[in-house]
Design a protein around this ligand. Structure first.
Ligand code: ZN
Length: 152
């Protein structure tokens, strides 16, 4: 099973489980994946790498998302390459379509949540404590995948 972070065309983020990535593509194509907030079926995979469940183990405490899982040692197989390409794409998308507010990120995110500034895509820096506090207040944020050695 793969957990995808999804996003509808109204920018609602949500999560759903799929048997595999083909299942997501198929169900999405058939209009079977819909946003729980507005019912839109214009849903696309969102900005976080899917979590792949390979074995049964105790659920981790649901703290704030961390910026990146430790990279797998071997990146040579096809799946890893695909995942990597996807993360690169995502990262590129975020960089292109969001506004860098740097250290003001927690403050800006909160303002948007409270409606005192226009919602827009922003990125920036936040401490673990900031992230935790934002999530507790129901503010939707997500880490940008990092690719430490992403230079060709
Ligand atoms: Zn929606």
């Amino acid at each position: 099973m793969i957990r995808y972070h999804l996003r509808c065309d109204h920018q609602h983020g949500f999560e759903s489980w799929f048997r595999d990535s083909d299942a997501f593509d198929q169900q999405s194509h058939d209009g079977l994946v819909s946003c729980p907030a507005c019912g839109s079926t214009a849903v696309s995979k969102s900005l976080m790498a899917p979590s792949v469940v390979t074995s049964r183990r105790k659920a981790a405490p649901s703290g704030p998302p961390t910026a990146a899982e430790p990279a797998p040692v071997a990146l040579l197989d096809e799946k890893a390459q695909k995942l990597r390409a996807m993360m690169r794409e995502v990262r590129q998308h975020v960089m292109t379509h969001s506004h860098d507010v740097g250290a003001a990120f927690p403050e800006e995110a909160r303002k948007m949540h409270e409606g005192t500034v226009e919602p827009r895509a922003i990125r920036g820096e936040a401490s673990v404590a900031d992230v935790r506090s934002l999530i507790e207040d129901g503010i939707e944020i997500m880490p940008v995948p990092s690719l430490p050695d992403d230079r060709n």
